[in-house]
Design a binder for this molecule. Structure first.
Ligand code: KG4
Ligand code: ZN
Length: 338
């Protein structure tokens, strides 16, 4: 059985073909980074317009790369939300058209849950309960999973997502977009202990995140030290800021691990490409004797293979409603976490 998955929740147009054994026959991602770079962040209307241009060629490319004809596809899957509404609607409408014309079932997929499922593409079996930290440009959330496909939101950001904070500071310094990779690269030779950042604390013992305080502290340090793009102290500053974001993320994750007692920890989403975060996550998990998984970098950022993986898991668990009906043409997009 073959499934074609489509992902257009933000600024990547992506399509993938997967077998029901989770083999990835193709995984094509077209990034719009160059389109949004001059603005230092994603411009929603431009993102929708790019998806409109790219969706058909990317779907075609995913089929060609997989060596599969559209008529051979048994199931379609598409990201339903959360994300930018105009971007989501392009992928959703395109997928509905395909499912309708070919009279095949369509599975609507949650983007954040799909980021978690990316792990299953490389790590088919792990023990539950699991605790997953999803950290990207749009989301910073902690999910406790008592068993597969059961998600309990135990913490989320109250303001910016971690990736958003990295992107905004990079934008302020004129370093380009996306900010995460450039901060990692320029901060690599820097001293992460050179600038002091106080970590945010929730007064109500909640496991929520907050990054606006770190962002304000970063802006204060930039102004006080006259830091600019070519400043000698820039690598130290970027390493210190990145390290503070990593500590804020992991403090919460490991506090949650203490309270929820999971057997497995998962780190995923675009910011999970970050080397400092990956290294610290692995080190602290090992110290606690917990199994810990992070998808390989290309499966951390937005892609359609993760959407396909979750679709197959839901179909297998009988949670997709695909055996009883044809294409669900009333599937709607949702912009935020439901
Ligand atoms: O998951 P993703 O592709 O899109 C969203 O769903 O948001 O994540 C994009 C985010 C951006 O904020 C980008 O700066 C960040 O992931 N990112 C990184 C790295 N690579 C991408 N952040 C830190 N270090 C990286 N190496
Ligand atoms: Zn994402």
């Amino acid at each position: 059985m073959l499934l074609l998955a489509i992902e257009t929740s933000c600024d990547e147009t992506a399509a993938a073909v997967l077998g029901d054994d989770l083999s990835v026959l193709s995984n094509i991602v077209l990034s719009q980074d160059a389109v949004h770079a001059p603005y230092g962040g994603v411009v929603p209307e431009l993102a929708s317009r790019q998806h409109i241009k790219s969706i058909a060629p990317i779907v075609r490319e995913s089929l060609t790369a997989a060596g599969v004809a559209l008529e051979e596809i048994d199931r379609f899957a598409v990201t339903q939300g959360p994300g930018l509404i105009g971007s989501l609607l392009v992928g959703l409408s395109f997928a509905k058209g395909l499912a309708y014309y070919h009279r095949k079932p369509l599975v609507g997929i949650d983007h954040v849950q799909a980021h978690i499922e990316a792990v299953a593409l490389e790590q088919p079996a792990f023990e539950y309960p699991a605790l997953a930290l999803i950290v990207s440009g749009g989301h910073t959330s902690l999910y406790f999973m008592k068993e597969k496909l059961r998600y309990e939101l135990v913490g989320r950001t109250r303001d910016d997502a971690a990736g958003e904070a990295l992107d905004k500071i990079a934008k302020f310094l004129g370093l380009g977009y996306p900010g995460g990779p450039v901060i990692q690269k320029l901060g690599e030779p820097g001293d992460p202990a050179r600038f002091d950042f106080a970590l945010p604390r929730m007064s109500d013992r909640s496991l929520d995140f907050s990054f606006s305080g770190l962002k304000t502290a970063a802006l204060r340090i930039i102004r006080k030290n006259g830091l600019a793009k070519d400043a000698v102290q820039l690598p130290d500053f970027l390493a210190s800021f990145e390290s503070a974001v990593v500590r804020a993320l992991l403090e919460n994750l490991f506090e949650a691990a203490e309270r929820c007692d999971p057997k497995t920890l998962i780190l995923c989403g675009g910011v999970a490409r970050n080397q400092r975060l990956r290294t610290e996550f692995a080190r602290r998990s090992r110290a606690l004797g917990l199994a810990a998984f992070v998808p390989s970098p290309k499966l951390c950022t937005d892609n359609a293979a993760m959407v396909g993986a979750l679709a197959w898991a839901r179909i297998r668990a009988g949670l997709a409603g695909v055996d009883t009906c044809g294409p669900p043409l009333d599937l709607d997009a949702y912009p935020r976490l439901p």
